[in-house]
Design a protein around this ligand. Structure first.
Ligand SMILES: Nc1ncnc2c1ncn2[C@@H]1O[C@H](COP(=O)(O)OP(=O)(O)O)[C@@H](O)[C@H]1O
Ligand SMILES: [Mg+2]
Length: 279
């Protein structure tokens, strides 16, 4: 079957506090080559704090983080990552091309490689028609695409995106999902944070569900299973909706006359349930 998957990120029992506020509590997780890992949690759950430690901008208060075999604060390791932080924008007064090129230079890519990588990114991200456009004149979706491009100019092995689709319209969100999947398929490890359930569910190969600490982890399906104590049964004839315990569904529907529909609750419903109990 599969060869052993390469581990890109190891987070081991990490705690991070700001004074009295504990943002991350004993977090352990990993990311492998060629997978998209979603860090899902509500605002204030500690997602940004955690990813900042993974890309070497913050130090853990306790615990250990290993990225690409080294310390995330090491310049050499940093240059092998691509990062799209929360709430950044490209330089409005620079063209698409120049934003990409200068980012490559900032990341220490040599000139011939920078020129080549920028062309590759422009091609892959379909920015050809926009190469001379000032970043300030781009739509929100294109601006976000450029930011992802800027994270890719050093050919990273690991891409980290903090809320990559927040504020985008549905079409632009889908574009970002499609792009991230194609990057995953090309062998890059992707870590993204999101508070969107549908995004985590559709995009991630694995999810870590966090609210200060890791509340659950697994594939979207496993997460659903773990928390779905109830099935939603809709009696189509009467239009009534029932929440029925897993082991009672069979009995329950056998008593319904006419058409019915049974489904697992959405991650949204699960999410609300868990957050309600554990925040
Ligand atoms: N620089 C900071 N100083 C003090 N508290 C902070 C700082 N950054 C974040 N926090 C707090 O840490 C918690 C986690 O924040 P954050 O990591 O930004 O969560 P998320 O990205 O999931 O919304 C929140 O309670 C937030 O207010
Ligand atoms: Mg955040």
């Amino acid at each position: 079957m599969n060869e052993t998957l390469e581990i890109l990120v190891e987070v081991n029992h990490v705690w991070k506090s700001y004074g009295k506020i504990i943002a991350n509590e004993d977090v352990t997780l990993n990311i492998r080559k060629g997978e998209i890992v979603g860090l899902l949690g509500p605002n204030g759950a500690g997602k940004t704090t955690l990813v900042k430690q993974i890309y070497g901008e913050l130090h853990p208060s306790q615990g250990e983080i290993k990225v690409l075999g080294g310390k995330p604060t090491d310049g050499k390791i940093k240059r092998m990552m691509g990062v799209v932080p929360q709430e950044v924008t490209p330089y409005g007064e620079l063209s698409v091309y120049d934003n990409l090129y200068f980012m490559a230079k900032i990341k220490g890519v040599d000139k011939p490689t920078a020129i080549k990588n920028v062309e590759d990114v422009i091609e892959k991200l379909n920015l050809k028609d926009r190469r001379k456009t000032f970043a300030r004149d781009l739509s929100g979706g294109l601006r976000r695409r450029l930011l992802i491009g800027m994270a890719l100019v050093n050919s990273p092995k690991l891409l980290i995106l903090d809320e990559p689709t927040t504020g985008l319209d549905p079409e632009a969100r889908r574009e970002v999902w499609f792009l991230l999947k194609s990057l995953r398929d090309s062998g890059i490890g992707v870590l993204l944070t999101t508070h969107y359930l549908d995004e985590a569910e559709r995009l991630s190969d694995r999810i870590y569900f966090v609210n200060r600490k890791v509340i659950a982890q697994g594939t979207p399906m496993e997460i659903k299973r773990k928390f779905s104590l109830y099935y939603e049964v809709t009696d189509i004839t009467s239009g009534k909706v029932y929440y029925v315990k897993e082991d009672e569904v069979k009995d329950f529907v056998s008593k319904l006359e006419g058409k019915f529909e049974v489904r697992l609750p959405s991650l949204e419903e699960i999410y609300l349930k868990v957050m309600g109990n554990d925040s």
